[in-house]
Write a protein that binds this ligand. Structure first.
Ligand code: F3S
Length: 277
């Protein structure tokens, strides 16, 4: 069986940047997981004494706090900045952007729509910058439930969403309201990894998607691969591999989410190549 990597996969710019910041800072705590990958978080703890706190209530007595790639709610950031903690902000610039847009557009009187998952930390953070709150939607159905008061709407997307679905949301808004400001805040890393995953899944007969099971962009990659190659599986480590997935297969595609480090990818590829098909 041949193993083929996607043309673009794995760590994105924002995650590479956050890990560099954490490695350089050392002896610090992150507010929430720095990135959505448990194995990498363990490595940072063991090698650089970078611990993970659940939320800012645990930050008392901490010297240095690193803000994770997905950002944190505005009030939490303000509380930290005003306390004695040294704050190192590793929020990805592509996440800071929708935060700024929500703040600015809500100041200008626009009602804010965020296309994304209301429970995702990035979305909670972005939402907190809208001064009068925001409507977070995942579907047209949810959008139709909203009663907009002003008809002046600004819409942003969670960085890791599918472009095609964002287009459906924005088209619906544009069809129904006179003034809609659309900000495409989906990040390039997501586009590139998604396009490459699609291309790979079309030719492979089994696809392994590597990444955290709580990582939104890894789940998106998995769903894209499944569309083109039904035998697509999401794994976090080599322990999740099931040899029966590869029975009779000729080409195994491998891709990885934006917070998956290369050392995990290499380990999994080695394990796949040992499987007898
Ligand atoms: Fe940033 Fe995009 Fe990565 S938002 S953290 S560069 S997936």
């Amino acid at each position: 069986m041949q193993i083929k990597l996607a043309e673009s996969y794995g760590f994105c710019f924002g995650v590479k940047r956050a890990i560099k910041i954490a490695e350089n800072t050392q002896n610090a705590s992150t507010i929430g997981p720095l990135i959505h990958n448990n194995e990498e978080i363990n490595r940072l703890r063991e090698n650089f004494n970078v611990k993970t706190l659940h939320d800012i209530s645990e930050a008392k007595g901490v010297d240095k706090a690193i803000i994770r790639t997905h950002g944190i709610p505005k009030k939490d950031l303000e509380k930290l900045v005003n306390s004695n903690v040294e704050v190192i902000n590793a929020t990805c610039p592509y996440v800071t952007k929708p935060q700024e847009i929500c703040e600015k557009m809500s100041q200008e009187g626009y009602e804010i729509v965020i296309f994304g998952d209301a429970n995702h930390p990035e979305v909670k953070g972005v939402e907190s910058y809208a001064i009068h709150g925001a409507f977070v939607v995942q579907s047209i159905d949810e959008l139709e439930q909203i009663v907009f008061k002003k008809g002046k709407i600004a819409v942003v997307s969670q960085t890791t969403r599918k472009v095609s679905e964002f287009l459906e949301i924005t088209s619906h808004l544009i069809t129904h309201y006179k003034e809609v400001r659309v900000f495409n805040t989906i990040c390039n890393a997501t586009f590139e990894n998604q396009d490459a995953a699609r291309k790979l899944a079309k030719e492979a007969d089994v696809v392994i998607v590597i990444g955290g099971k709580n990582s939104s962009n890894t789940k998106q990659l998995h769903s894209i691969c499944k569309e083109y190659c039904p035998d697509s599986f999401l794994v976090e480590s080599e322990k999740d591999l099931d040899p029966s997935w590869f029975n009779g297969k000729m080409l195994c595609g491998v891709t990885a989410g934006a917070s998956t480090p290369d050392w995990i990818i290499q380990k999994i590829i080695e394990k796949i190549s040992e499987i007898k098909v």
